[in-house]
Write a protein that binds this ligand. Structure first.
Ligand SMILES: Nc1ncnc2c1ncn2[C@@H]1O[C@H](COP(=O)(O)OP(=O)(O)OP(=O)(O)O)[C@@H](O)[C@H]1O
Length: 302
């Protein structure tokens, strides 16, 4: 299946001495919601600019919808909606007027304006000047601009920046709706994992211009169980410890409770099965996995 976004060996530096993006390989398939994460200054915006052809790479290549940029750039852009950092809006104009300018530039039908205003829930304020909008309303109007061409691919750089929890939920639900109802592929960047973990199907985490993790959301979740521990309590902990000896790493045996280090979550099931097969009663089997935020912080500290 053709990738919607494909980048290979992407390199870029604002100055020759300091590479900002170092060898980025990235693939986003149709219908994916790709959470692009990294701490401040990791190179997310720069990578997004490279993907959109707004910066020329020093090395590497980008294909969108299986086509390099050089070919039919105008047609490619008609299939993409993008919002990089703060939305570019005319504060002295109304929501409608802002959309109308963009609609004319992109030669789109007039009906798209009311459609996108409805999608982002701004139909009631179509005639209000943007300078009277809250930050959340401005973000949603920026999204409406990005949605005007009914894009197959949405690229959004920190779209929830500065929003309150209610605003973040509204934007998340909007992305979920677009993805579910229209099949829109979405690349959304953030420096906060919790903002994308409920949304993304795939995750890429960069630090200092290179990936430290790329995979499905499930694969990231599974990392929580690498090197996690479980507490085990049975009716005969001595017998349990003897069974585990040599096969599992028992880090603590207090008599009342055994603590084991696990290599993966499947080992918790194996331990449970082993106890039952030996006729021991399991009173407690409690996993202590890292939370995702901790995993994220560990990944970007390396
Ligand atoms: N126009 C520019 N000229 C020189 N250096 C720049 C420019 N834009 C960004 N940088 C530098 O490149 C690095 C990566 O910046 P970038 O904005 O891509 O990171 P980011 O991950 O998007 O960060 P944030 O989450 O803070 O937006 C930073 O060190 C930044 O200072």
């Amino acid at each position: 299946m053709t990738a919607i976004v494909s980048a290979n060996g992407l390199r870029f530096g604002y100055t020759p001495q300091t590479p900002t993006v170092k060898n980025i390989d990235l693939n986003i398939g149709p219908g994916q919601i790709y959470g692009f994460l990294g701490p401040n200054g990791a190179g997310k915006t720069t990578t997004i600019r490279l993907l959109l052809g707004l910066l020329p790479p020093d090395d590497g290549m980008v294909e969108l919808f299986g086509q390099p940029f050089a070919q039919d750039r105008r047609h490619l852009f008609s299939r993409i909606g993008a919002m990089i950092e703060a939305p570019s809006l005319y504060e002295h104009l109304t929501a409608f007027e802002n959309l109308e300018i963009n609609r004319r530039i992109r030669k789109l039908s007039r009906s798209r304006i009311s459609e996108v205003l409805q999608t982002v829930d701004l139909s009631a304020v179509t005639g209000v000047k943007v300078r009277e909008f809250s930050l959340g309303m401005k973000q949603r109007l920026g999204l409406a601009v990005a949605l005007l061409p009914a894009p197959e691919l949405l690229i959004l750089d920190e779209p929830t920046n500065g929003l309150d929890p209610h605003g973040i939920i509204q934007i998340r639900e909007l992305f979920q709706r677009l993805n579910r109802d229209c099949g829109t592929t979405i690349l959304v960047s953030s420096h906060i994992l919790t903002e994308v973990e409920k949304l993304a199907t795939h995750i890429g985490i960069i630090n200092e211009g290179q990936f430290v993790f790329q995979g499905t959301m499930q694969a990231l979740q599974d990392l929580r169980f690498e090197n996690s521990t479980i507490d085990l309590e049975t009716n005969d902990n001595q017998a349990a410890a003897a069974l585990l000896d040599g096969r599992y790493h028992v880090v603590c045996n207090t008599g009342g409770r055994l603590t084991l280090r696990l290599a993966n979550k499947e080992q918790a099931a194996q331990v449970c099965r082993m106890m039952c097969e030996a006729g021991l009663d399991v009173y407690r089997l409690a996993a202590h996995a890292d939370d995702l935020e901790k995993i994220f912080l560990q990944l970007v500290k390396r």
